[in-house]
Design a protein around this ligand. Structure first.
Ligand code: ADP
Ligand code: ADP
Length: 223
């Protein structure tokens, strides 16, 4: 379970991106819905320990995230909004390299891990192709493959379907559903259908504040 208490952040330019965020997220898929500029990426980056808030606390499964970011990183998978590591190396080689950085030392185990993740994300038949040549949907599925290295208990995906066509978006939805309900998965998006189709629980973020929280059937009907 993820618990966020009193989280606030004002950037150096005076923009108050997060304004006293309080949020509890259980296992399964949680939708964070909000328009551009609402503060979604600021919140996702803060949970992912890539930036620090001015005040507040984040707890995840007994980890005091802001005081022990290393502990969280061991169990975190993150697909940032601006994920754009698309070098001209093959998908398999890039994922293998990222696995080395994650601490997987054994080459044979790594190959099994990499092949399994590429199969799960429907990229196995493209494993020898350069990631730079992938379509938008393939890149986002590759982004999930890299986020799943290390089998994280917390998975953060920030605006993953923006710019995908309906078919690729559907495939991406299926991939998220295939991850099951054992992880805490936070899906940030400005697309109502992402939340409506995938998330049993959600919150609406606007102007740096949680303005609604509950189940999508009720909240989206009221939008
Ligand atoms: P969202 O992901 O919902 O679009 P962001 O968290 O990216 O929202 O942005 C929230 C607000 O904070 C916006 O007004 C944005 O311009 C501002 N902002 C985001 N990042 C920074 C930054 N590094 N420095 C200054 N302002 C920022
Ligand atoms: P290709 O013919 O090169 O495999 P496709 O357009 O058939 O190109 O598929 C592009 C990618 O999407 C491939 O990685 C494929 O495995 C994957 N894919 C195809 N169908 C599905 C599906 N129903 N769900 C998820 N991924 C799929």
């Amino acid at each position: 379970m993820l618990t966020i208490t009193g989280l606030s952040k004002t950037y150096a330019n005076g923009v108050k991106a997060l304004n006293d965020i309080n949020l509890t997220v259980q296992k399964g898929m949680f939708g964070l819905l909000g328009p551009n500029g609402a503060g979604k990426s600021s919140l996702m980056r803060t949970i992912a320990t890539l930036q620090q808030p001015d005040t507040g606390s984040i707890q995840f499964n007994g980890i005091d995230v802001l005081n022990d970011p290393q502990a969280l990183r061991k169990t975190l998978g993150y697909l940032p909004q601006d994920f754009n590591v698309y070098p001209r190396v093959s998908a398999a080689d890039l994922l293998d390299h990222l696995a080395v950085l994650k601490g997987f030392a054994n080459k044979k185990q790594r190959k099994e891990l990499v092949d399994g993740l590429l199969a799960h994300t429907n990229l196995y038949q493209h494993k020898d192709k350069a990631v730079s040549g992938f379509s938008g949907g393939m890149r986002q599925r590759f982004g999930i493959a890299q986020a799943l290295l290390g089998d994280p208990d917390l998975l953060i995906v920030d605006e993953p379907t923006a710019g995908l066509d309906p078919e690729e978006r559907n495939r991406f939805h299926n991939l998220l559903v295939s991850l099951g309900e054992q992880k805490v998965i936070i899906l940030s998006t400005h697309i109502v259908d992402d939340v409506a189709e995938l998330c049993p629980a959600m919150a609406v973020l606007a102007g740096g504040q949680i303005v609604q929280q509950g189940n999508p059937a009720d909240l989206i009907a009221a939008l």
